[in-house]
Design a protein around this ligand. Structure first.
Ligand code: BMA
Length: 372
């Protein structure tokens, strides 16, 4: 990992490769190679393998039936390897709480981000931020208050509060440094699943223009604080048309990774519905990414509680293998919600299946990317 960073320090961007916020335009190389641009180069190099990285949320802080023990990871106990990418969530950082909404101490999160970077892996970050008007959870829509409009309207208490909250996330990310004091670059994926109606920043919380303004405000604050270690991911929930996908897209200068969050649900037509969304949304994601020189990712997916065998081998892998995706992330293996898990753990019925998924040429876990 370190060698790669040293090598990249002397490098310039490839013609045509542009990372949002680097000031790069057209085919001109940029003078300064930011940590974000280095991460982009690394992701491009990994993408040259034609394979897809696999990741999980909170993978090394808790799992099925355990919590907070250092070095543990359910996936590693099954297939002998860590995820290539681990997602973390900053929800509750805005409140000054020492732990996030799932009880992960922010100090521990930082330690784990450093460890994942040290072992050659990647990190991404999401933010289930509470409702700035009601101070209830991210899921408090109270849409009649039009919360998105409120927080992007300058001069209001909601605007001031949101600027301060965004500032806290910017400081957290800006402060991620390895043991040599070099900034660790991460993927940041704020305001996710906004095409759904379950978060206050969702489709009923404001107009498309309000939502775009929220992205721009976020970016303005990050830029003012000199955050240069972020690749920005845009991740609507399941949609089937290009119009829906782009209705609230903030613009190419704000986004590096075109994403999609698509889950499978346990109902009679769950598989069919899942495959339908994958086959409709991923072509939109991948063709736009390729046209604009961006990366594509299935930023969240999974089948809660793995109620039937075969999800990884018979459904997910065949569904995604022909798309040029940088990575896929599944959600967490909770330690205190019995059926809330997304990868098999030691002793689970699907251990052997997951090992085969791990061994597939198409999937990349930590060992396969650490020297790339
Ligand atoms: C949801 C669930 C919740 C959790 C939230 C934020 O999908 O996992 O239990 O609090 O994500 O991580």
């Amino acid at each position: 990992m370190k060698n790669i960073k040293m090598f990249l320090l002397g490098a310039v961007l490839m013609p045509g490769v542009c990372v949002s916020g680097t000031g790069c335009s057209g085919n001109k190389a940029v003078a300064k190679v930011t940590p974000a641009a280095q991460l982009r180069q690394r992701l491009d190099k990994i993408a040259e393998t034609g394979n897809i990285m696999f990741g999980q949320h909170d993978a090394t802080v808790y799992g099925k039936n355990w919590s907070w023990e250092k070095g543990r990871c359910d996936m590693k106990e099954v297939c002998g390897d860590y995820p290539a990418i681990i997602n973390w969530d900053l929800g509750w950082l805005e409140t000054g709480s020492p732990v996030n909404l799932d009880s992960v101490p922010f100090e521990r999160m930082k330690e784990e981000i450093v460890l994942q970077d040290k072992r050659g892996g990647l990190n991404s970050i999401s933010w289930h931020v509470q409702n700035p008007l009601t101070l209830e959870s991210a899921w408090d829509t109270s849409v009649e208050l039009k919360p998105i409009k409120a927080v992007v309207t300058e001069g209001t208490p909601a605007y001031d509060r949101m600027c301060a909250w965004i500032g806290k996330t910017a400081d957290f990310i800006n402060g991620l440094k390895d043991e040599n004091g070099e900034k660790i670059a991460v993927v940041y994926r704020p305001w996710h699943e906004h095409t759904g109606g379950w978060f206050w920043w969702g489709k009923d919380g404001g107009t498309p223009e309000d939502y775009k303004a929220l992205w721009k405000l976020t970016r303005k604050i990050f830029d003012e604080k000199g955050v240069d270690n972020v690749l920005w991911a845009y991740s609507p929930d399941k949609v089937v048309t290009t119009e829906e996908y782009f209705e609230r897209y903030p613009g190419d200068q704000y986004v590096d990774i075109m994403g999609a969050d698509i889950y499978m649900f346990d109902n009679p037509d769950g598989k069919e519905t899942y495959l339908n969304f994958i086959s409709k949304e991923l072509p939109i994601v991948c063709s736009y990414a390729s046209e604009k020189g961006k990366l594509a990712a299935l930023t969240e997916t999974g089948y809660e509680g793995l109620p039937h065998p075969g999800f990884f081998e018979e459904i997910l892998l065949p569904a995604v293998k022909d798309y040029p995706l940088s990575y896929i992330t599944v959600w967490r293996n909770s330690h205190n919600k019995p059926n809330h898990y997304y990868v098999p753990y030691k002793g689970h019925r699907d251990e052997e299946e997951f090992k085969r998924f791990y061994k597939s040429d198409k999937t990349l876990f930590l060992k396969e990317i650490k020297n790339k």
